[in-house]
Design a binder for this molecule. Structure first.
Ligand code: XMP
Length: 511
């Protein structure tokens, strides 16, 4: 395992992902970790991340020089590069020459780190201080206008560093540089493949579960599907899955779970058909937050009832949860930390129905979850499903949710999705809500008569994390086909509009 020591940079997760893209397993550890703890993890290599602080700033995280006596290959990035310099007897100074953003760098000696890298390259920098003298016996590899020493290495000791950020997309040859460190300097092997992830996870699940019984709730999304499929592969018929079909999914999604997923994995699936119950509870409700509360409450009720029934026959000990690695890192949870609180995460299950959690995706990033899903042979539509809110179409009907309105929205949404897929746009679009303005009537003309129908809103967005988003510039031909088809094929809709608001100020969903 490669350990990425996080000096408070927003880049630590990105570094870990890039290392994994090179097929080397990596994890993030806080900079407060002691050298002993670090050594106990027996890392194959250590990467010191960038950080917001100057090495001179008061309270700046210091590096225990003992770290460099562990005999573990170490790569310093930005702040990590400077901290490494200082710890090994080099010099870091306030030169007054700050560099931010895209910066030209020149390779003066490729060494191992920068071999196959263009002699002049554009890199992404963000520093105020600079390394002015490399530690003894280090080879200087590159310079930039503001950083006389912008990269160095010490082959025998397995040390290297760069002032720039090789992990960001804008840095040329960033991935190559990182891979040279991993493979040529640190001697790592690229064996973190989807097949190996499956094998290791399956092994770990078997060990954790033994001969006990396990329960899993499927949502139709990729995380719960992959988590369940992994557990199924590990322990087969000790697993029971529950699918709450609340009638708020899009066209074909319930079938995907009930037929395709079951066919691909062979899981034992219990389906709760509760669309009527949800619609009754939602009758007359138009306030978005009220809708969310009701849907959440009904979901828990239904899941609890199904669980009680299953628990009456099986002695259930474990519950599967699709927690991903970014959640673990963000909640500050290293080893086991999230497990301590896990009972609270189950979300409203009563005391007598509490389980120990299995979190098979705890170490994975989203793109890895998808690769594992493919490896397990799950339906493609499920593996590549875009994010979809838990309350489903319930919050994409502006106005009261009724069965009839759900059918209208489902039909319009299916057309928009089919056309986006046919145009090959699925992986470019982060999310493509289609919203029915059910309380708005708009006048139209069809054939020789006036119509009085409803508008739908197309809301395709691009985003990286849903925190911010921009509206997707879909080709006009695609928009035209969607509009023509929806107004022709869905009689209740006579107007198709496009939402061209970014987030902020708009949110992705309309409710
Ligand atoms: P907004 O609309 O706030 O959405 O820009 C950001 C992301 O969150 C999803 N979303 C939800 N997901 N329950 C969920 O599980 C919800 O109530 C909910 N509301 C919004 C939304 O689809 C987008 O991905």
């Amino acid at each position: 395992c490669v350990l990425v020591v996080d000096y408070g940079a927003q880049y630590a997760q990105l570094i870990a992902r890039r290392v994994r893209e090179a097929r080397v397993y990596s994890e993030i550890v806080p900079h407060t970790i002691s050298t002993e703890e670090l050594a106990a993890r027996k890392p194959q290599a250590i990467i010191l991340s960038g950080g917001p602080q100057s090495v001179y700033a008061e309270g700046a995280p210091q590096i225990d020089t003992g770290l460099f006596d562990l005999g573990v290959p170490t790569f310093g990035i930005c702040y990590g590069f400077q901290a490494m310099t200082q710890a090994l007897g080099g010099e870091v100074a306030h030169t007054g020459r700050r560099e931010f953003g895209r910066t030209p760098a020149t390779v003066v000696e490729p060494g191992a780190l920068l071999s196959e890298v263009d002699p002049s390259l554009r890199v992404w920098m963000s520093h105020g201080d600079s390394v002015t003298r490399a530690p003894q016996d280090f080879t200087v590899l590159a310079t930039s206008p503001g950083a006389p020493i912008a990269a160095f290495e010490h082959r025998e000791r397995g040390f290297a560093g760069v002032q720039w950020h090789p992990e960001v997309m804008h840095t040329e040859h960033g991935q190559t540089t990182l891979e040279h460190f991993l493979f040529d300097i640190a001697g790592c092997r690229p064996d973190w493949t989807p097949a190996n992830i499956v094998e290791e996870t399956v092994e770990a699940i078997r060990e954790q579960v033994g001969d006990k019984q396990v329960l899993c709730a499927l949502s139709g999304g990729v995380d719960s599907a992959v988590a369940a499929a992994l557990v199924q592969r590990a322990i087969g018929d000790q697993l029971t899955c529950v699918f709450v079909d609340h009638g708020l999914l899009r066209a074909g999604e319930a079938e995907q779970v009930e037929k395709d997923f079951v066919a691909a994995t062979g899981v034992d699936l219990v389906v709760s058909e509760v669309a009527d119950q949800f619609l009754d509870a939602l009758a007359g409700v138009t306030d978005p937050e009220q809708k969310r509360k009701i849907i959440g409450r009904e979901f828990i009720r239904t899941f609890e009832a199904a669980t009680r029934q299953i628990a009456a026959e099986h002695d259930i000990e474990f519950l599967v949860q699709g927690t991903l690695y970014p959640d673990v890192v963000e909640s500050g949870g290293g080893e086991g930390a999230a497990n301590i609180k896990s009972h609270h995460n189950v979300g409203g299950l009563p005391e007598d129905l509490q389980f120990t959690l299995i979190e098979p995706l705890r170490t994975l990033f989203k793109d890895e979850v998808r690769k594992v899903g493919e490896e397990l042979g799950l339906p493609e539509a499920m593996v590549w499903r875009q994010p979809f809110p838990g309350p489903g179409l319930g919050i994409r009907i502006v106005g009261e949710v009724t069965r009839e309105r759900l059918e209208i929205l489902r039909a319009a949404d299916a057309i928009a999705r089919a056309e986006a897929t046919a145009a090959g746009l699925d992986r470019e679009i982060w999310q493509f809500p289609v919203v029915l303005l059910a309380d708005v009537r708009s006048v139209g003309v069809q054939g020789d008569g006036r119509t009085y129908g409803h508008p739908v809103v197309l809301r395709p967005v691009s985003s990286e994390d849903a925190m911010t988003a921009d509206w997707s510039r879909l080709p006009y031909e695609v928009l035209e086909r969607i509009s023509t088809r929806i107004t022709n094929e869905v009689p209740e809709v006579n107007r198709v509009t496009l939402d061209i608001t970014s987030k902020p100020p708009g949110t992705i969903e309309w409710e």
